[in-house]
Design a protein around this ligand. Structure first.
Ligand SMILES: [Mg+2]
Length: 172
């Protein structure tokens, strides 16, 4: 039997970019952002130095892992055909950082499974796990919305919301 193809996003699903932004903001300005104050805000508005930090060297290579994502991705990788799909060309310097980061923390993911792209709307699959509606909207398969502070207030029956990787393992 053909395994179903699952598309897994990086930022906000595998990589805990909120923790990274909060850490960098604290280092830079001493401002200690509280994650609950960022609920419902786009990331570019939630973080005062968003553009500077997301484009700085090391942002992606030192990003913390989302809790339980190693176990969760290993579980998916055994049960499904997994592709990691990341809009990496938005931040061109991120491509090599993202590839090395994946190889370091998820060594069971091969280079053939890494899709670094621009817009995700041409990538096909059966299930997509992503934190951004703009990526899920154009997807034709099952849409799994990974909860992040920016999307926390969105209620939409077209998406199956999961709070964390434990819930992904329960769902899929
Ligand atoms: Mg994302």
């Amino acid at each position: 039997m053909m395994k179903a193809q699952v598309l897994v996003d990086m930022d906000g699903v595998l990589a805990d970019v909120y923790r990274q932004f909060i850490r960098m903001e604290k280092q830079e300005s001493g401002i200690g952002l509280q994650v609950q104050d960022l609920y419902g805000k786009p990331e570019s508005q939630a973080f005062p130095s968003y553009e500077k930090h997301v484009r700085s060297r090391g942002f992606f290579s030192t990003a913390p892992l989302m809790a339980d994502s190693v176990e969760g991705l290993r579980y998916l990788n055994d049960a499904y055909k997994v592709l990691i799909v990341s809009s990496a060309t938005e931040f061109p310097d991120s491509l090599s950082e993202k590839q090395k980061w994946l190889q370091t923390y998820y060594p069971f993911i091969t280079w053939q499974q890494m899709i670094f792209c621009g817009c995700k709307d041409s990538i096909r699959g059966d299930i997509m796990i992503d934190d951004h509606l703009r990526n899920l909207h154009t997807f034709e398969g099952k849409k799994v919305l990974f909860t992040q502070p920016h999307n926390i207030y969105i209620e939409d029956d077209r998406f199956q919301r999961v709070m964390n990787w434990r819930e992904i393992m329960d769902l899929l």
